[in-house]
Design a protein around this ligand. Structure first.
Ligand code: NAP
Length: 517
């Protein structure tokens, strides 16, 4: 029997009417679930969250909010195996990919639970110290963060249904805002099952959590100035939000995590065969194939010193050609399909576009050799490595994100050349630098930091401890300037700022000290 996904709004599960969207297994094209949100009252859902969830959540201390987060994390952990199966069936994930998403969600929620515990019995955050505002020491200023009184709307991309929901929930709940979360429809099954478990366990007070399984209808038209919208997805969808009347008119705070042409740069000091060389090749090949390249943080552009380009090309192609691609339900398979038929079309079209400026080193956006796949079924793309010998003339390679297992290798001449080429990406989530030379690392970090949300520095002494550039950690900010959307999430307590108002309070020192404890 087909699973019908319902939405959890206004404190109850509701099933949409009319024609349903069909979610499929991208390896077999079998139906995985169906959903519709037609008829759902989104205006009421917002009002319920604002009116019921907000006041209760704001009355809790950080420690109490942290306890809720810990329970959300445990719920995910308890049904982990079931979630892994759903991620395989609806996301095309291998077991490793599925755990990356699911464990990432639980770990991030737990990290914010721990932060809540550390903050203890407080309900708000002070920003900085008292400031003397005049000659009289009794007049002081104090900045304070308090949660907004509206609702946070979270809209996520298809590639991380669990982590996307968890990481946005973590900072939002700790800050004290109720939230309505919407996974991408095509891969919503994992997120829906988590939502079901959270609701069944009655972890969160009524109104704090709502879940939309499908289109959000007219929800965004009812956002007010105290609401926020946090979005992860394509730059094109983000553009629609940025120009939407309700958002513009009400100055709705909007966070965008969008496309990114992340780069990896091998240092000029790296010798073939050295530990750093091997580390670089390992991280790059893992990054291209993990989640079939459908990671916002995946390495799309690989820069190698010109004199090493041929050797790097051969060794990287050899590693990628060893990756077993096929039905991700099988343990030996290390890379599954991309998530949807549309995604497959986009990846193929993207490869063709890049091929006008880059030659194919390994594969060409085709299916390749597949394990346990029925005929032409499934949305498979073999790991594809391209080479752009003249990177300054390969404009599309620096501007068109192919969201699949596809990356382009490029030579560079010196550190200034490498910096200039990374910058052509016009803002990305992460740039990686593989080098053990302080001067090279320093030049790269200062050269590309204004264009990067995060810089991952890899070298031989750190190799065995590295989470890789693709892993987003709760302790550090995630987001990037320019093409990457200009947003910022996570980063420990920094993540709470988006959900809070920083207010400058000025007045009598002893009185304000009593007010703020
Ligand atoms: P997408 O097509 O922009 O969709 C993202 C989300 O927006 C989905 O939940 C989608 O819902 C929703 N959506 C689309 N149009 C909407 C509208 N008019 N009103 C309300 N919601 C709307 O992106 P995607 O294909 O899922 O994700 C791939 C992109 O996301 C890639 O470009 C990738 O780089 C980016 N991404 C970025 C990050 C990051 O952290 N920076 C992380 C992951 C992915 P439906 O599914 O129901 O249409």
């Amino acid at each position: 029997m087909t699973t019908i996904l319902r939405s959890f709004v206004s404190g109850r599960w509701v099933e949409g009417t009319g024609e349903r969207n069909v979610l499929v297994n991208p390896a077999t094209e079998a139906v995985a679930a169906e959903t519709s949100t037609r008829g759902v009252d989104f205006k009421d859902a917002l009002q319920f969250a604002r009116g019921k969830g907000g006041p209760v959540l704001r009355s809790l201390t950080f420690a109490q909010r942290g306890e809720l987060l810990a329970k959300l994390a445990s719920a995910i952990h308890d049904i982990r195996e079931e979630l892994v199966e759903l991620a395989i069936a609806n996301g095309g994930n291998t077991r490793g990919d599925a755990k990356f998403d699911i464990d990432g969600a639980a770990i991030t929620l737990q990290a914010y639970a721990d932060l809540g515990k550390q903050l203890g019995g407080r309900k708000f955050l002070l920003d900085g110290e008292q400031i003397a505002l005049g000659r009289n020491p009794r007049l002081i200023g104090q900045h304070v963060w308090l949660p907004l009184t509206g609702v946070a709307v979270h809209i996520n991309a298809f590639n991380f249904p669990a982590w996307g929901m968890g990481e946005k929930a973590a900072a939002c709940l700790l800050a004290g805002m109720p939230f309505i979360t919407k996974p991408a429809t095509a891969t919503a099954l994992t997120a829906w099952r988590i939502a079901e478990e959270w609701v069944k366990r009655e972890i969160l007070p009524p109104g704090v959590f709502s879940f939309i399984a499908g289109s959000p209808g007219d929800l965004l038209d009812h956002l007010t100035s105290q609401d926020v919208l946090s979005f992860t997805g394509s730059g094109l969808t983000a553009h629609g939000f940025r120009t939407r009347e309700s958002i513009v008119k009400n100055s709705v705070r909007l966070n965008v995590e969008a496309d990114s042409l992340n780069s990896a740069v091998m240092g000029l000091d790296v010798e073939p065969g050295s530990a750093t060389w091997e580390f670089f090749l390992n991280e790059v090949s893992r990054d291209i194939t993990q989640k079939a390249g459908q990671k916002c943080t995946a390495i799309r552009r690989i820069f190698v010193p010109r004199h090493l380009i041929n050797q790097a090309k051969d060794e990287l192609a050899a590693r990628l050609s060893e990756v077993k691609v096929g039905n991700p339900a099988l343990k030996e398979v290390k890379m599954g399909p991309v998530a949807t038929a549309q995604q497959l079309r986009d990846v193929r079209a993207g490869v063709q576009k890049l091929r006008a400026q880059a030659e194919a080193v390994l594969n060409d956006g085709g299916r390749g050799q597949l394990i346990a796949v029925d005929g032409e079924r499934g949305y498979f793309v073999a790991p594809t490595l391209l080479l752009a010998g003249d990177p300054w003339k390969a404009a599309d390679v620096h501007s068109h994100e192919v969201f699949g297992p596809v990356s382009t290798l490029m030579p560079y001449n010196d550190v200034e050349d490498a910096i200039g080429l990374v910058r052509l990406g016009d803002g990305s989530l992460v740039a990686s630098v593989y080098s053990d030379d302080k001067d090279f690392v320093q030049a790269m970090v200062f050269g590309v930091a204004p264009y990067s949300g995060r810089i991952h520095v890899g070298g031989e002494k750190i190799a065995e401890h590295s989470p890789g550039p693709g892993t987003v950690l709760a302790q550090q900010v995630h987001g990037g300037p320019g093409r990457a959307g200009g947003g910022e999430e996570l980063g420990g307590l920094r993540g709470l700022e988006f959900y809070s108002q920083r207010t400058a309070v000025q007045g009598l020192k002893p009185l304000l000290e009593k007010v703020f404890g």
